[in-house]
Design a protein around this ligand. Structure first.
Ligand code: GAR
Length: 201
């Protein structure tokens, strides 16, 4: 099966869904490492509880963004991934990372891209007043949440929603979408610019 590395910054509900799926050989991928940009988060605990090795690469430990990105790249490369998934990873990866893993990095985002990219997709959608939002799984490229869209699911905004209630409902469908896409990509690859991309493993 494909070797999957998950990048995290927070609660890890998407990571938990991937960990719940990966024991099934039919899933096609296995989480072989979890890498965070900060210590002490729930996602790291979840990885440890599942017996998956972890690494923490904090921006503040490096002189600049490039040095951090190179360290992140090295930390991920240790696990020889076929596929990297940013699941609530709240930093942008840079040129060194994409030079190594480009075309094999997926990101999940809690809005219907290209609307509401960035760190506050749920808050921004709510503030705009949209009646329908959702989540997107995209391929990561050099821009901010503007890589090719792989899959999306809609979620209705309800009267009285605040950022927390809406994000919670988005996350319920987001984890299912992510597990579905990761399994599909791991098993069958994907099409980019009309070209079939197959992953190793
Ligand atoms: C998810 O909703 C994910 O889409 C979002 O953070 C949440 C992480 O939840 N990511 C972004 O906003 C990236 N711009 P989790 O830690 O429980 O998986």
């Amino acid at each position: 099966g494909g070797r999957l590395v998950v990048l995290v910054s927070g609660t890890g509900s998407n990571l938990a869904a991937l960990l719940a799926a990966h024991d099934d050989p039919a899933f096609g991928a296995r989480v072989v490492g979890v890498v965070s940009d900060r210590p002490g988060i729930r996602a790291l605990e979840l990885a440890r509880e599942a017996g998956v090795p972890t690494a923490v690469v904090s921006l503040q430990d490096f002189p600049d963004r490039t040095a951090w990105d190179e360290a992140l790249t090295a930390a991920v490369a240790v696990f020889s991934p076929d596929l990297v998934v940013a699941a609530g990873f709240m930093k942008l990866v840079g040129a060194p990372f994409l030079a190594r893993f480009g075309g094999r990095v997926l990101n999940t985002h809690p809005a219907l891209l290209p609307s509401f990219p960035g760190a506050h997709g749920v808050r921004d959608a709510l503030a705009y007043g949209v009646k329908v939002t959702g989540c997107s799984v995209i391929l990561v490229d050099a821009g901010v949440d503007d890589g090719p869209i792989v899959a999306q699911v809609t979620v209705a905004v309800e009267d009285g929603d605040d950022e927390a209630t809406l994000h919670e409902r988005i996350k319920l469908v987001e984890r299912g979408l992510l597990v579905d896409v990761v399994g599909r990509v791991a098993r069958d690859g994907y099409t980019l610019d009309g070209r079939k991309v197959r992953l190793g493993g």
